[in-house]
Write a protein that binds this ligand. Structure first.
Ligand code: MN
Length: 261
């Protein structure tokens, strides 16, 4: 299954223009950048916040046509923020963004008061279709098909193609890769520290960040790999975790090298 983030067939058709003010609540810089670029390209006005608390504050005093809500955020997560907004009687459409893509996830988001659900990394076409349901547009509407597309990725450190971003040929998405490459060394250093201190809670949170960020930046093999590490870490096996983080470090190094070459 081919991801549509690389924009290869994208340029043949004129993308649908939408208008409106969108609030993005998302804590990860790479994800923020990706969503911001996609929205602005579609013609929307974008405001960014990094946690649910800020989102609630802003919605209280500003008029938004749509809220994109990352469900995993520090300080106040998306579930809590959405519930709070609904309690206040705010009926702005809220679309949940989550990187979990697990069964029951969508239901959890809808239960909290979200109108729709998208899994990360975002796919351009699904994203656009979902937005067009809620925003003013100039062209005919599309039915929303928000099925999750899971791509199988084989991971090998020797496969340089797997180390390359699948959005690398998309000129307008280059800032997403740039932000991610800036973010990566710091994230990896934090992961290594958390591993040495055997802080599993922190480690799981950081791995989740890395999985989401690498996916947004189009490094699908890395994202998939971190996903496997995440699952493996659930058992909190110290020896296995140390080995996995070691391997992850090598993987990240390879991605950086490939990117710089
Ligand atoms: Mn998040």
């Amino acid at each position: 299954m081919e991801r549509d983030l690389n924009g290869q067939h994208e340029d043949r058709q004129q993308p649908e223009k939408l208008s409106g003010r969108v609030l993005i609540a998302e804590d990860n810089p790479s994800n923020q950048m990706l969503v911001k670029i996609l929205l602005e390209k579609m013609g929307m006005e974008v405001t960014l916040v990094a946690d649910g608390c800020e989102a609630v504050k802003l919605v209280d005093c500003g008029a938004f046509d749509l809220i994109l809500m990352d469900m995993q955020m520090p300080i106040m997560n998306g579930y809590e923020a959405t519930r709070l907004l609904r309690e206040k009687g705010i009926d702005v459409p809220i679309i949940a963004l989550t990187a979990n893509a697990m069964k029951g996830d969508k239901e959890k988001c809808l239960e909290a008061g979200c109108n729709g659900y998208l899994s990360k990394p975002l796919q351009k076409e699904l994203f656009r279709k979902m937005l067009s349901k809620y925003l003013v547009k100039t062209e005919e509407s599309n039915d929303c098909d928000d099925t999750v597309c899971d791509e199988e990725t084989d991971v090998s450190l020797n496969d340089s193609a797997a180390m390359t971003s699948n959005i690398s040929s998309d000129a307008e998405l280059q800032p997403v890769i740039a932000v991610f490459m800036e973010e990566l060394p710091q994230l990896m250093a934090q992961i290594t520290d958390a591993c040495q201190e055997l802080d599993f809670e922190l480690l799981k949170g950081l791995a989740h960040q890395l999985k989401g960020a690498s996916g947004s930046a189009g490094f699908m093999a890395l994202s998939k790999y971190v996903g496997n590490v995440e699952v493996m870490m659930a058992n909190e096996d110290i020896e296995k975790t140390k080995n996995a983080i070691d391997e992850l470090g090598k993987f990240c190094k390879k991605v950086v090298e490939t990117q710089n070459s």
